[in-house]
Design a protein around this ligand. Sequence first.
Ligand code: MN
Length: 283
Amino acid sequence: MRIARFGKDRVGVVLADGVHDVTSVLKALPAHRFPFPRHDPLVANLRKLRAPMKKAATKSRAVRTVRFLSPVANPGKIMAAPVNYTRHLEEALADKGIHHGNLVAEIHKAGIFLKATSSVVGPGEGVRLVHTDRRNDHEVELAVVIGKRGRNIPAEQALGHVAGYCIGLDMTIRGPEERSFRKSPDSYTVLGPWLVTADEVGDPGALDLKIDVNGTTRQEANTRDLILGVPQLIAWASSFYSLHPGDVLLTGTPQGVGPVKPGDVMEATIERIGTMRIDVSAA
Ligand code: MN
């Protein structure tokens, strides 16, 4: 199932004929009052909502007429893997004069980092660059949305904790500051165009992904080249902190990271998920 958020906080199911507004089913969600839960209520209740959503999907509008928001409204945290593709890491290590490094050990040294949840937007909102005097880069990544709470999750059970997947852009300003600071301005995490439930994606370790900027392909890879795959990343992350429904894990970007400037148009695609177009402007 493909679940989208669009327009003014509408929730939709995306079918072959377009986007169906199923916002009415949200009435079934528990009414949360202060203090709010750490999870995203829609993602936490997705299993229960699937049948009512399917039933409510009776009238469609064309995908191209819809302004998509992030499919996750309230992620508790945005986790992100550092360089996690063989060729990209080899490039990065060669820049530092390191050759034939142990790639898994290099990644474990770097750890997983966090991005501000306020950086999240959907493709329809666009990326608004700050500090345009500096280089701002795109990073296309498979984004995993956690569906079930867990801590110390073994890799063999990790995929059972996944609600679904979407395309993620981990935008980055180059510079001397700490990484999460440079990756956390408003709009520097794009999630979309919709969440595809895990059952429809199947193996997250065999997906083509790519990003074009102004019609030229910049990054193109397959998730089979991830050094730490989705199960290993979930196991590693959950050995440090609890994962909650709606938490998002960006799995790392392949080789070919490059700059964008105001006026550029990015188009990102991941196999079995879809394609999203994102306008770049100045904040
Ligand atoms: Mn990244």
